[in-house]
Design a binder for this molecule. Structure first.
Ligand code: LMR
Length: 329
């Protein structure tokens, strides 16, 4: 009898151990994005994984899905809201459905350079925007830089009139559509994963992207010219599902918050050098000509695109635009 009880006890204990073990399963964080591992965002996602798994061993496991391998544009936000992925970092142009405020980042020629973008992101107004979608269950954790956008085409784009009638791929952003309409060009919304083929087959003739995307997606192989316009910014908001993040055990969440700060500093410190390296590699490849603009030519592009601001001032808010402009100093 005693023998039986001991066996039952041992069995019960081992079941408890199994149950305990099951409870201690690590939290799996799926991080999905659309670019290559070698880009600022790709590197950031991998560093986040490394630090989270090093510092929270057995508690957190991060799965990174680059290059639209799990979800592409359009689907990744839905997946975040459904809880199918937990972290994404879409470009600031891709939040239009959730807040109109972030459209400020797409206004052409608003920021003089990436340093000005950074100052605005760190300002009180910029920080407040991270929380602007919490009513939609989206929490912004940080801004990550990619860089300033360059204009590529199969035609040399030196003056705004060169863009007339050309078909340009745009991200899902009304501001960017209007930007090309202002040039009397034809914008066409297209998911990032389809851009290479779109350029190759002539569905579109041109596009706008930072050097790191142009290089890693090989757009330079299917574009004869790239004009260094720096006409706008392509940066990201690292976002999570608000309920998911708030539901994490407090110790895990606070460690992840610290890791996000550390990774963000690294991404933002390295993005510019990474882009410049890719610019160099594109020049060396020799498949497309890199065009520099004279200050007069750049002023022409600025003047041609500038009317776009007026169209969105109501939705974005004149004060927010002013705050962003102030970051140019
Ligand atoms: C694009 O669609 O061109 C970019 O937003 C891709 C990215 O994530 O850098």
């Amino acid at each position: 009898m005693l023998k039986f009880s001991l066996r039952a006890l041992a069995c019960a204990l081992s079941l408890t151990a199994v149950a305990g073990f099951a409870q201690a399963e690590p939290v799996v964080i799926k991080f999905s994005h659309v670019v290559a591992d070698s880009t600022p965002k790709g590197q950031g996602a991998l560093l986040f994984k490394q630090l989270a798994e090093e510092r929270l061993p057995g508690k957190v496991k991060v799965e990174v899905y680059p290059n639209s391998s799990l979800y592409g544009d359009g689907k990744e936000m839905e997946a975040l809201l459904l809880g199918d992925v937990h972290m994404i970092a879409p470009s600031l142009a891709k939040f239009e459905q959730y807040t109109k405020k972030l459209q400020v980042f797409d206004l052409p020629f608003l920021f003089d350079n990436i340093q000005a973008v950074d100052r605005f992101q760190q300002s009180a107004e910029g920080v407040a925007l991270l929380k602007s979608m919490e009513d939609k269950n989206i929490t912004g954790l940080a801004y990550w830089h990619n860089g300033m956008k360059q204009l590529s085409g199969n035609k040399a784009l030196r003056e705004p009139k060169d863009a007339r009638g050309q078909k340009f791929r745009v991200q899902a952003s009304k501001v960017l559509e209007e930007q090309f309409k202002a040039l009397r060009a034809n914008p066409r919304k297209m998911a990032f994963a389809e851009v290479y083929q779109g350029l190759q087959t002539g569905v579109v003739n041109g596009a706008e992207n930072p050097w790191s995307n142009i290089y890693s997606q090989k757009f330079f192989e299917v574009q004869k010219f790239i004009t260094e316009t720096d006409h706008g910014v392509l940066d990201y908001m690292l976002v999570t599902n608000t309920e998911f993040w708030n539901g994490l055990p407090a110790d895990v969440r606070s460690e992840l918050d610290k890791i996000v700060v550390e990774v963000t500093a690294k991404v933002n410190e390295q993005a510019e050098a990474l882009n410049q390296g890719d610019k160099q590699r594109i020049s060396e490849a020799g498949t497309s000509e890199v065009i520099s603009l004279t200050p007069e030519q750049r002023a022409q592009w600025r003047e041609a695109m500038r009317p776009v601001w007026g169209k969105f001032e109501g939705e974005i808010g004149a004060d927010l635009i002013k705050a962003a402009q102030a970051a140019n100093q």
